[in-house]
Design a protein around this ligand. Structure first.
Ligand code: ATP
Ligand code: MG
Length: 341
């Protein structure tokens, strides 16, 4: 089975195949990621969406080697030709930040409150290149200007608490960009921000993606962000990809009932602005006791006995469009205009 992705002819920057993450706890095992497969070419943005607990963060942290010792990772994640799964901590540390950078949701926890932001950025620059002090300082201000931090030269000398939430998020992105990464993983990086700031930061990411040729994985609860900015979308459920397609295809020809449920409650207009995921009745499955069949079956209006018994394969059923379902949602019939009825 080839992994999904556009531009299959060329080498993907990131190729994730059958990625699995298990957390071992006393007396139980949490199966957080259960065979995730995707392909991300350079310069593209892939959104990963799904309910809380579906494995979006854990699968991305696995790529960065940022999981606790209780986790075991298997499967494959090739980044620019190098296998990341099983890489030693030392090799991982060398890549982390340098080639793959991650921006987290909460900048108040990620920035050091006792250090001026300029120092934090110059440290990030020094970690990746041998620069003299004046050059590092100049580059740091350039980075703050690149992420459009207002009055960058002055802010350089300020502490994180003197900045707004949106400004802190920009600083986080500047730190992530210090190494000129080839892949940026933004995990709910704009969730805490108001809609206007969110749009500004997303436009900034798209601009950087285009100008620097960076690939971006955008993890989000916000369907509007996925629809509006990403080229490709993966929908995750219980640690698996359940639907994958270019954004336009996914939103116009939903196949997976779970995705339909996520989208169904949201009118299109809202989806195009900033709607968060609606609540679907029922509970996601217990990751310590996953069922043999489709884990969404108990909550699915289309499910029958087969769904409960047998797990559907995640496969490319239409060109570029992947899903895992025995009863995919048909396209809605074209509506007959009022006057010809
Ligand atoms: N250190 C850990 N030990 C045990 N289980 C964990 C650990 N970290 C995460 N999990 C479990 O793994 C599953 C996936 O978590 P993950 O953080 O990837 O979810 P998510 O999709 O990012 O959700 P959210 O939208 O809330 O951020 C969850 O059930 C979570 O409880
Ligand atoms: Mg998360």
């Amino acid at each position: 089975m080839s992994a999904p992705g556009i531009g299959d002819a060329g080498e993907a920057l990131l190729e994730v195949r059958d990625l699995r993450v298990r957390f071992h706890q006393p007396g139980r095992r949490v199966d957080a990621v259960n065979g995730l497969t995707y392909r991300l070419p350079a310069g593209r943005m892939l959104a990963i969406i799904g309910e809380s607990g579906s494995g979006k963060s854990v699968s991305s942290r696995a790529l960065m080697g940022l999981l606790p010792a209780t986790a075991t990772v298997s499967g494959s994640a090739r980044f620019a030709g190098t296998e990341l799964v099983g890489l030693s901590e030392a090799e991982m540390r060398r890549r982390r930040g340098a080639e793959i950078a991650m921006v987290f949701q909460d900048p108040t926890r990620s920035l050091n409150p006792t250090m001026r932001i300029g120092v934090q950025i110059t440290e990030a620059l020094h970690a990746h290149a041998d620069l003299d002090r004046a050059t590092a300082q100049r580059r740091a201000v350039e980075l703050l200007e690149l992420v459009r931090l207002p009055a960058a030269a002055r802010r350089f000398h300020e502490y994180p608490h003197q900045l707004s939430g949106g400004m802190r998020q920009r600083v986080m992105i500047a730190i992530a960009l210090a190494s000129q990464p080839r892949l940026l993983i933004a995990d709910e990086a704009t969730t805490a921000l108001d809609v206007t700031t969110q749009s500004q930061i997303m436009e900034l990411l798209v601009d950087l993606q285009e100008r620097l040729g960076m690939a971006v994985v955008l993890i989000s609860h916000d369907l509007g962000l996925a629809a509006g900015y990403a080229q490709d979308v993966i929908v995750m459920y219980a640690g698996r990809a359940v639907e994958y397609a270019p954004a336009g295809t996914l939103f116009d020809h939903v196949r997976m009932p779970y995705t339909e449920a996520l989208l169904g409650a949201i009118p299109r207009l809202e989806r195009e602005s900033h709607a968060t995921l609606p609540v679907i009745p029922g509970q996601p499955p217990d990751l310590t006791r996953l069922p043999a069949g489709c884990p969404f079956a108990p909550r699915c209006g289309y499910a029958d006995e087969r769904c409960a018994a047998e797990h559907p394969l995640f496969a490319e059923h239409e060109p570029g469009h992947w899903w895992a379902c025995w009863h995919p949602v048909p396209d809605a019939p074209a509506r007959v205009p009022e006057e010809v009825r």
